[in-house]
Ligand binder design. Sequence first.
Ligand SMILES: Cc1cc2nc3c(=O)[nH]c(=O)nc-3n(C[C@H](O)[C@H](O)[C@H](O)COP(=O)(O)OP(=O)(O)OC[C@H]3O[C@@H](n4cnc5c(N)ncnc54)[C@H](O)[C@@H]3O)c2cc1C
Ligand code: SF4
Length: 459
Amino acid sequence: MREFLNTGRIDPSKRLVVERTKDFNEIYEVFENHDAAQQSERCIQCGDPFCLNKCPLHNYIPQWLKSIAEKDLEFAFKLSNEPSPFPEVMGRVCPHDRLCEGDCTLNDGHGAITIGSVETFITEEGFKQGYKPEFPGVKSDKKVAIIGSGPAGLSAATYLLRSGFGVSMYERADKAGGLLTYGIPNFKLDKKVVERRVNLLVEAGMELHLECEVGKDITFEEIADKHDAIFLGIGATAAKSAGISGENAENVYMSMEYLTAIGRKNFSKSYDKKFDFKDLDVVVIGGGDTAMDCVRTAKREGAKSVTCLYRRDAHNMPGSQKEYKNAVEEGVDFVFFASPKEIIIQDNAQAVAVSMVKTVLGAKDESGRQRMEELKGSEFQIKADVVIMALGFDIDVPAFFAENGIETNSWGGVVVDENHQTSTSGIYAGGDCYRGADLVVTAAYDGREAARSIIKSFS
Ligand SMILES: Cc1cc2nc3c(=O)[nH]c(=O)nc-3n(C[C@H](O)[C@H](O)[C@H](O)COP(=O)(O)OP(=O)(O)OC[C@H]3O[C@@H](n4cnc5c(N)ncnc54)[C@H](O)[C@@H]3O)c2cc1C
Ligand code: SF4
């Protein structure tokens, strides 16, 4: 251990831009044994590890780094898979620079340990060696319904099944995984990784009902009658609009319409061909992770040009800086300090350009973030064959919430107590439907904590 003076931070190898933009395969390689061990040996085993405290799951990071340095993969696998329902997913998609790696003591000059990549290595290599997370089989007479199969639902299912509870999961899509499946593109997260976890849960006894929307294909009351508790993990998938003229034009799309269509195409499923943007000038409005996923998807789909419009600058983008840099490498054009005013439509109801106004950063607001101010008379236009809006998400509150006394707050988020229980006894919630659009790791945390509360309520 403590090899940080002799060894620097190493990131996993990235595929060459010319190769990776030809397909949707993951762009980062998984660490080999040697790299994972070398990074782990750099850990200084802090007495009060900031990395662990900054990880929403409080993963046992220093402990599994030590195990890898000591070549004990089996123990590292067990340690990593205990507080985390799917470490190999978080290792790939967490914004590490803002979480564990951002708070690694070595980040102060020596370069943080590549924690996320070691985390992915442990579970991938563990699966290769034949290790498997353990489930006892369904032993309890208590049965919990989970509505929504995103990371919040999958995490809740994992911890309930580990305690021998019966679990039935209801998902309106044709595949489980929520945004892990139809959202985050394959080049960030291979869908086989998600399928493997879903299969493990089914093997462990979970009943999975796909293409089953609660409130439409089955009533909430029917589910409530058949189960002892319910976990709501329905996400926040209603796209926010810009509220500008022209955004209802036929060739203006919402980010999730586009990403879901291409996700379906990559599964060789039927999809609407209007989303084939080959040889088109694609303009994406927004600066978060979803916008980065859209621009990089359009690049892989053969768009003639891909331009991202954002009203602040690169430094102020809300998403991961790593994904912004990947998009730049892949040839996406960025126009910063530009706010959309109107989508210009021609006679045939098609958008042909986006009218923008230049912006500057002004005084700080109450949250400490600089306000954005528009510069009068600075309007300009950008040609577009297709416009994609990537401006964030709201919660689509289903009718069964009010019908069953499930309280929501002013923006539609489910209100929960410290046990993740909603205002209706026995109904729990977590993930984006409670936090608003957030992260995979926080959804996984909510699912875990809600499951623990459910288990406790029956003991
Ligand atoms: C394009 C994109 C990229 C992202 N990239 C990242 C990233 O790189 N890293 C990161 O940490 N986070 C990322 N996020 C955020 C992350 O994916 C979400 O925060 C997370 O998936 C939320 O999990 P969830 O389980 O709460 O909801 P979701 O993943 O949205 O899952 C909810 C599920 O509930 C189902 N459902 C809804 N209503 C019903 C109903 N009535 N009946 C049955 N099923 C229902 C939905 O079909 C869906 O499958 C990204 C988000 C998007 C949109
Ligand atoms: S779950 Fe995320 S924050 Fe926690 S250790 Fe893994 S990569 Fe870091």
